[in-house]
Structures are given as C-alpha cells and as structure tokens.
Design a protein around this ligand. Structure first.
Ligand code: ADP
Ligand code: MG
Length: 859
C-alpha cells in the first residue's frame, strides 16, 4: 500500500493510479442494502472508469436513481479528496437550490456514517471545516469562489448537479469551468506539482444535454454521456375532461379526496405553484382528513389544532414574501426521458369528473376501508425550514396515507419515497422579466410538456402509478411548450456579469454560454454596471468600486449602497436597508391595496386574468381589519421619533422599511411586536440575520470600517435621513422616474399635484406611463418631479414600488455618468466670471438619462 501511495503522489490521473486506492467506509447494513438497489450503483464501475479517462463526464438518470447521493460517495471511496491520494482536493457538488444542498449533505453524511467530512455551504451559512471532504453548495457559492480562485485549486472534482434545469448559475458555471479545465490541464511544470488536473461531472435528470455536448465553444471533445437506466414502472396518465375554469387548488382538493377515499394505499404527491397555495391546501386537507385517532381526548385534539393553527399562521404570514420565494423559485425545464417508459392511456381523458378512470388488476379498491382514513399532509417548498422539509422523507404514521403538497422542488431535486399518485395542476410560478424595461412580474403559467412528464414519473418509482392532470389533453397539446426557456434568456444579468468581470471575464459577449443570451441583454447589463461605476466606460473592465461590489453576495445596486454608505454614520442604516430589500417586504399587507384591488379587478375581468389573481384579490378584500390594525406600527415610539426628524412628511418607502426594522429592534425583536404590527416574524428574523452577516462582511472587506450592530437601533437624524435618500438615489441611479408633464413641458414644473395618485411618470428605458403604487408612502404626498424606485411591477398598469423622493439637483452629482451637459454658457456668464467659474458654469444645464430629460439648474 505504501508503494502505491508513493506512486499516486506523483502521478497524473491515469487509470492505474486510481484503481487500487480505496477508502473504506463503514456504512450501516440497512443503508448499504438500500443503496445497492439504486440504479446508479449498478453503474459504479462504468461511471468511475469514465471519470478516470475523461475530464468531463455527463451522467443522465431519472430522478431518484441515486445520482446526487451516490456519485459523490463513489468518488470518496475511490480516493478523491483523501489526503494521501493523488488528488487530495475537495469533492465539490453544486445544487441550484439551498434545500437540496443542505438536505443532500446530511443524507450523504448519514449514508457514509461520518460526522464532519460531508459539509454544505449556502449563502450565509456553512458547516465546512478542515475535515471536509465532500462539499455540497449552491452554484452561486461556487461562482463566488471563482472570483477569489479562478483555478478552483481547492477541488479535485466538481459535480454540477441538476444541469437539466438550465439555471442561470449552472449555465455560467459550466461555461467558466470549461475554461478552468483548460487552464488546469495546461499548467506550468512547477504549478503542476501543486495543482492537479480537475475532473468534472455534469448530472442531469433528462437526456437533453446536447447544449453541453455539441457546443464546440464549451468542450473540445464531446464528453461521454452515461445513461443510467432507472427502473420505472408504468404510470397511467389521466387528463381531466375539462380544464377547470376557476380554481385548480380546489380541483386538486377534490381529486385528492377521491383518490384517498377510493384508491389503494400509496402516497399522493401534488404539484402546485407556490407557498401560499400549498399552505392553504394543506390546511383544508388536514381539516377534512385529520390525523388524530377518533377517540383522542379533547385536550389532545385542542393541542393538535392549536399546533396546526400556529404553524399555518406563521406560514401564512411568511407567505407574502414573493421576493424571497422567487429567489428560489423552482424552474421546471426538463425531461423527455419519460418516453422511455410505458405510459398507457396517455391520450385518454377522464370521462367524468367523478371517475378516477382506472383500476389496474392489483388495484381493486378496498370498499371496506374507512372512507375518512387519516391523511398525513405535509407541505414542501423552498422556504420551508429544513427540519420541516426533512419530514417528507419519514414514513407516515401507522394507518395514515402520505400526501405531499409541493412546488416543483419535488420534480427532480428531491425524491420522496412511496409516491404512487401524482396530482398535477400543470402550472408553474416563475419570476418573469421584461428584458427591455427590467419590469418584473410573477407569472403563474402552464409548465412545459417535459416537466409535466417529469412530474408524472414521480408516481412510478415504487410500483405502477397514476398521474392525474387537472387539465385537458387539448390544453396540454396546444398550450404547453415542449421545454421551458433557459433562465439566462429570461432575466437581467447584471449580478452575474459583475461576477464574471471580477473573474476577469471581460468579454462577456463572447463567453461560452451553453445557450448564449441575446447580445442586447449583455450590453444593457454592462450599461447599468457602468452607471453604477462598477465597470469602466471604455474598456468594460471592472473598476475598484466594482471589485468591492463583487465581494458582496447581493445584487450590484445594493452592494454599491453599502460601499458608499459609510458617511455620516449611515452604514448601520444602509446595512439594515439592504438586508430588508434583499429579504423583501416584511409587511403582511400594504395599505391601500384595497383601492388597487378594485382598480385591478375591472381590467382583470376584461382580460380574463388567472384564477390565482382573482383568489388573491378576494383575500385582499377580506383583510381590511388587518389593515386597520397594522397602522399600529406608526404608533411605535421609534416611528414617531423618526417621523419628527423627517418633518412629518414621508419621503421614501425604503426609509419606511428601515423604520420597520428599527421599530422591531427597538421593541426588543419580539414575536408579539410582529403580531401586533402585521409584519412577518420569519422575514424580520432573516433581516436580522442578514444584518449581522453583512456587518461582518463589511468589517472584513472594507479596511478601517468600524461598524457594529446596534441592538437598539436609534432613529436616524435629519441629516442622516437626507444622506440615506442620496445613497438610495446612487444605488437606484438607473431606476429614476420623472413626472411625465415635466418632461413634456421641457422642464417647467407646471401644475402641482396634491397626490401621486393617477399622475403618470416615465422611466428611462421605456415609453410607457408608469404610476406610483398605492402602497407607497408617496401615494398621498404631493407628486415629486423625480423619484428613484426599487422595482417596476406590472399588473393592470405598470407600478413603481419602493419609491424614494429625489431632489433633482442631486442627480447632476450622483448620476454624473448619466448626465449630458450642454455647451458651456460663455456669454454673458463668462463675461462676468473668471475662467474657472466659467468651466463650472458649463455644468449648469445638464440633461439626464438616455432620453435627455431636463434637469433644473445646479448652483
Ligand atoms: P437523484 O439525484 O438521481 O434524483 P437521489 O440520489 O437524490 O437521486 O436519491 C436516491 C434515493 O435516495 C431516492 O430513492 C431517495 O428516496 C433516497 N433519499 C434521498 N434523500 C433521502 C433522505 N433524506 N432520507 C431518505 N431517503 C432519501
Ligand atoms: Mg438529484
């Protein structure tokens, strides 16, 4: 063995060097037995052989075949990451979702029967230590590491998981890694002593990998594709005869009830689109099919009820945070794999809504069965706390049927054991961007055919299964796209471009993206970064400011606010603001949503908008009591002090957000504060956590900065409030809106508007009228000429949210790169002033933005 180690130490990764090196693992017998049944384990030899002989290997295997849990273990056992082996670097595994990174690390650790050798790292949280051998992480984490170490010298092998999802980060990673591979293979002789070649494994749940194999700019030689054949039992597909007009959640509820009452045992997996729907459906199902034995004492019943209520209350409260949800919104892009499996009846439609439409030979329902048998209902979505997520892997209590209500996190990332019935609403919620304007909306839409098939496949893991599609086959045929569009073609990419720039990828336009984004998007992202001062105008290279910005794991404009936030003691406030903006609005309901709802519902009827929206509107209308209650926040002492400084006129929604954070801390960060003021406790906690982490990051990243978290954050002073608004303006410099009448009159203030209600504004990159959202504090204020906004949101109109009043004269300074200055005013000004002043006076009448909006004179 000693001889062998000697040889390994010097050698390259050739077949002979690897073969005899095995790390022994003491798995528990039941674990060992279970993993041997996984299809991937049957291919261990083939997989390891391919990895030894190729720098890049692609593994395709149906969800649940064991890719994520087993392949890292193969590598571990083959000596990768072992300190004595030829390749002592870490085994890195990337996941698109935090949920998966955390749960898979714990699963693999459990299977290997080790304590600290398997770790995870997600944004702001890690378990890595010097003993780490296998590291699960989100792809964002690895992208950030690239900025510090482009050769990824820490790693001997990288597994890029869930590549079929075609997430933005995954795509970028694969592009960058194709370059890293070349560099690691062509090191100087000296470096080769220290840095070993890198192996890359790309894993996909579908066979659609041609973007990786056939793309010549990625890999010189097409990497081998190993197809793992999973045992898949036939799944019968049952389409609804009609697609429900109104409410697919209700339709799902009915279908689940029927399955549960009439069909033989087996878990039910339901696909909906988001947290709110899931929580509502779970609640309804739990009420209808409670898990408690009938003879339970009254006290037990009360206890159970209370605990369910507490759970759903908090969940409902946190459900409002679309931003956070969106950050981890699951994208369904996948799967033509299912064509390998037999799908009987796939074109048949359910004849009547009352029929479940099948009974297989072994499937004769047991008429004797208690029709109200308990149902063990569990939610599954990205924001669910990890321990609650892990409950889906446990066996349901004796005598109950498992029913999981999930987003499409259950589509490929997580495999739930024992599922026999799938109920598929056929919808997916995605953050959509209008690339021209950056306008963002959350759209619930039909998912793709590929992802619907992937969902159906979940029913056939343990035996023949059934998939109930809550839509007709006609809708499926005509409205479902074959595949969903890769994320890179759907979103603004400043953050990614900045990270890429900080990795010295200057020419993003020629970057080997698996699917290159349209050039205009790349150019626009570069433009925004230029305005923020993150890249220089001519060379498009990252600036010092940009480099500092890139060290913060937040979007570039927030990073800029942090960096310039160190003025007049504003940094703690800026940190609080950025944390709150990153987490999203913690307020349960914004005031005046009722107005909005009324306005919107008119146009909704015209456009026949989705049922989801109608449901939401319904909920909104029923919340006026909550609305009144929530105004309590303004009675907080913190609020009052702050308002006094602000001269009693609110000037910014973002400052209001700061107030909420401040008032929460001031009140001792209690749950009761959240309840009394209708803010989401989970969001407030997350903001708090982020504040602490950002504070540490600022201290670590910026020399000489002394900032600490003030547990009782004092309200900002009058001066600080003004500076904060300027900092916000600087961050949102590409998101300035101007009153339309002001532009049209060529810069005269014209009439005064008592409120911003119905006053049209214009933003820089579009010719559409936009309006300040009714939830804004500026809604009832005189309409300012200039505002900076955090987001544009399209519903019946285009709304500006997170609005801050901007003094026009600030723009000439803060937005210098966006100003065009007229000719120097030589006469008569020059006549009366010395030369120096003339030059200064040439700044007098700048115009602002690409359209040359007038700016008032600057002294
Ligand atoms: P793939 O990555 O190919 O989709 P996985 O490696 O995630 O497959 O899963 C392999 C098997 O391990 C599945 O059958 C799944 O049910 C099981 N499994 C995964 N995580 C857990 C867990 N936390 N508890 C119990 N079983 C699990
Ligand atoms: Mg997996």
């Amino acid at each position: 063995k000693k001889l062998l180690l000697e040889r390994n130490r010097g050698g390259d990764l050739s077949h002979d060097d690897y073969k005899p090196f095995y790390v022994s693992v003491k798995r528990k017998p039941e674990i060992q037995a279970a993993r041997l049944k996984l299809p991937v384990c049957g291919e261990e030899q083939v997989i390891m052989e391919a990895i030894r002989n190729n720098t890049v290997v692609i593994i395709c295997g149906e969800t649940g075949s064991g890719k994520t849990t087993q392949v890292p273990q193969f590598l571990y056992e083959a000596g990768f990451s072992h300190p004595d082996s030829v390749n002592p670097g870490l085994i890195g595994v990337t996941q698109p979702r935090r949920v998966a990174a955390v749960s898979m690390a714990s699963r693999v650790s459990h299977e290997l029967n080790v304590t600290d050798e398997v770790s995870y790292q997600i944004r702001y949280d890690t378990t890595t230590s010097k003993n780490t051998r296998i590291k699960f992480m989100t792809d964002g984490v690895l992208l950030r590491e690239l900025a510090a170490d482009f050769l990824l010298t820490k790693y001997s092998v990288l597994i890029i998981d869930e590549a079929h999802e075609r997430n933005l980060n995954t795509d970028i990673l694969i592009g960058v890694i194709s370059r890293v591979l070349k560099l690691r293979a062509n090191l100087s002789k000296q470096d080769r002593e220290k840095i070993k070649p890198l192996r890359v494994v790309i894993m996909s749940a579908t066979l659609r990998v041609t973007d990786f194999t056939q793309n010549k700019s990625l890999f010189d030689n097409p990497p081998p594709v190993i197809k793992v054949d999973a045992r898949q039992y036939p799944v019968s597909i049952h389409f609804n005869k009609r697609t429900p007009e109104v409410d697919y959640v209700d339709e799902a509820y009915k279908k689940i009830g029927k399955i549960h009452k009439r069909l033989p045992p087996g878990g039910i997996l339901v696909f909906l689109t988001g947290q709110q729907e899931i929580v509502n459906l779970c609640k309804k199902l739990r009420q209808r099919f409670p898990t408690l034995p009938k003879r339970a004492s009254k006290i037990d019943v009360a206890k159970e009820k209370a605990s369910i209520e507490a759970e759903s209350r908090i969940e409902t409260v946190s459900a409002r945070n679309e931003d956070v949800e969106a950050e981890e919104i699951e994208l369904g892009d996948s799967a033509d794999q299912i064509e390998d499996f037999e799908l009987p009846d796939s074109d048949e439609e359910d004849d009547s809504d009352d029929e479940l439409g099948f009974y297989g030979e072994d499937d004769v329902p047991n008429e004797e069965e208690d029709t109200d048998a308990p149902l063990h209902v569990l939610p599954l979505y990205s924001l669910l706390p990890t321990d609650a997520q892990m409950r889906v892997f446990e066996d349901p209590p004796e005598g109950t049927r498992l029913c999981i209500v999930a987003t499409n996190v259950a589509e490929t990332s997580v495999t739930i054991p024992g599922i026999r019935y799938v109920v598929d609403a056929g919808k997916v919620k995605e953050r959509q961007y209008n690339l021209g304007t950056g306008i963002q909306s959350f759209d619930v839409d039909w998912t793709s055919k590929a992802s619907a098939d992937q969902r159906a496949g979940r029913a056939g893991r343990t035996g023949p299964g059934h998939c109930y599609r809550l839509y007709s086959s006609a809708v499926f045929d005509n409205y479902f796209p074959q595949f969903s569009v890769p994320e890179i073609n759907r979103m603004p990419i400043e953050g990614v471009i900045l990270s890429m720039k900080s990795m010295y990828i200057d020419n993003v336009v020629n970057f080997p993206f698996p699917t290159p984004p349209p050039k205009p998007n790349l150019i626009k992202a570069e433009k925004i970064l230029t305005h923020l001062g993150a890249i220089d105008r001519d060379q498009k290279r990252i600036t010092d400011l940009g480099r500092s910005m890139a060290t913060f794991p937040i979007i570039p404009k927030f990073a800029k606010m942090l960096i310039i936030g160190q003025q007049h003691g504003c940094l703690p406030f800026v940190i609080a603001i950025v944390s709150a903006l990153s987490v999203g609005d913690p307020v349960l309901r914004d005031s005046d949503l009722n107005d909005l709802a009324d306005e919107e519902s008119d146009s909704d009827d015209e456009n026949g908008t989705t049922d989801v929206k109608k449901m939401e509107l319904h909920n909104i209308r029923n919340e006026s009591v909550a609305e009144k209650e929530r105004r309590k926040l303004t009675r907080s002492k913190y609020y009052q002090t702050q308002m006094k400084h602000a001269g009693l006129d609110p000037t910014s929604d973002i400052i209001k957000l700061l107030n909420i954070v401040g008032a929460y801390e001031y009140a001792g960060a209690t749950q009761s504060f959240c309840e009394a003021n209708f803010v989401r406790p989970k969001a407030m906690e997350e903001i708090r956590k982020l504040r602490r982490q950002l504070t540490n990051l600022v201290v670590a990243n910026c020399d000489g900065v002394d900032v600490s978290i003030d547990p009782k954050m004092q309200p900002p002073s009058t001066l600080q409030l003004k500076v904060l608004r300027q900092i916000l303006t600087a961050g949102f410099i590409d998101s300035i809106a101007v009153r339309k009448d002001y532009i049209e009159s060529g810069g005269s203030e014209g009439s005064k508007f008592k409120s911003t209600r119905g006053v049209p504004y214009r933003v820089m990159w579009s010719d559409e009228d936009v309006f300040i959202h009714p939830s804004s504090v500026l809604y009832h204020q005189p309409a300012p000429l200039f505002v900076a906004y955090n987001e544009q949101f399209k519903s019946s109109k285009v709304w500006l949210k997170g609005v801050t009043k901007v003094e026009p004269k600030w723009l000439a300074k803060i937005g210098k790169s966006m100003c065009t200055y007229g000719k120097p005013l030589e006469f008569p000004v020059a006549k009366f002033m010395n030369e120096k002043k003339t030059v200064k006076k040439s700044w007098v009448v700048p115009s602002f933005g690409p359209k040359g909006w007038p700016l008032p004179p600057v002294e």
